[in-house]
Write a protein that binds this ligand. Structure first.
Ligand code: SF4
Ligand code: FES
Length: 264
């Protein structure tokens, strides 16, 4: 059957031994793959061959391989997560490529995500942004009855859409300014639409934007590349909501700095 036919691709992979050493693209020609393989399975097989030859395997991140954890972080042919819209690179299959293709694989490129090794970057900046305010600081207790706190359907859906952010960082990697506004917007938005999240709305927007700036992310200038590559197809509407929350909180609490454009 055609879908199981072997194909050959040439991989060009970013190799970098450590954060402090310069990296370079290394070519791996004649990599035999099946169209049914996932992109990460292809790297697994290449690594087995490299190890058998006594060479250092390619370091890359992955965990769930089901599109839910956000660990995989590869730029494929210049596009974070590769050519399939709404798809993490762990869910990308070789059937999206053709026999004889040259495929270029690089880590996320952003100052706030330094390369640790090869294709692995340090995304600790996202954790610190969440720690700055991406939570509700009350004991939520057990699961309440669904009718105990009425939430309008539109608000519940908006919160759920924003909560689908898996924190992968593709939005940052795609943005010419390396802005983290789609990520921060999603994290602020999924709480702002729910009654439990509203009490800390001002503090959350101020402290998360402050941390985002401290980490060295850029500002949004409406390229919308973030929305185009987001594997969860999160809308730039969340950036508009973040800007509204941030501006309102700034006036109320005396902090004056534009969070950045976007999503209006
Ligand atoms: S907004 Fe999308 S691209 Fe950005 S971290 Fe969340 S899931 Fe990834
Ligand atoms: S490995 Fe979990 S989303 Fe890709």
């Amino acid at each position: 059957m055609a879908s199981h036919a072997a194909m050959q691709v040439t991989l060009h992979v970013w190799r970098q031994r450590s954060r402090d050493e310069p990296g370079r693209m290394v070519a791996y020609p004649g990599v035999e793959v099946s169209p049914d393989m996932s992109f990460l399975e292809m790297l697994d097989e290449l690594n087995e061959r490299l190890t058998a030859r006594g060479e250092e395997p390619i370091a890359f991140d992955s965990d769930c391989r089901e599109g839910i954890c956000g660990a995989c972080s590869l730029t494929v042919n210049g596009i974070p997560h590769g050519p399939r819209k709404g798809t993490t690179v762990c869910q990308l299959h070789l059937r999206s490529f053709r026999d004889g293709d040259e495929i270029f694989v690089e880590p996320w490129r952003a100052r706030a995500f330094p390369v640790v090794k090869d294709l692995v970057v340090d995304r600790g900046a996202f954790d610190r942004i969440i720690a700055a305010g991406g939570f509700v600081s009350v004991r939520t207790g057990g699961c309440p009855d669904a009718n105990a706190i009425p939430v309008p359907k539109a608000a519940a859906e908006a919160a759920m859409d924003a909560a689908s952010c898996i924190g992968c960082g593709a939005c940052v990697a795609a943005c010419p300014n390396a802005a983290a506004m789609l990520f921060v917007g999603a994290k602020v938005s999924h709480l702002r639409h729910l009654p439990q999240g509203r009490a800390e709305q001002d503090r959350r927007a101020l402290s998360m934007v402050r941390q985002m700036d401290a980490e060295g992310f850029g500002n949004c200038s409406n390229y919308y590349e973030c929305e185009a590559v987001c594997p969860k197809e999160i809308s730039v509407q969340v950036i508009a909501e973040l800007n509204r929350d941030y501006l309102k909180a700034s006036f109320l609490h005396g902090e004056r700095k534009a969070a950045g454009g976007g999503g209006s």
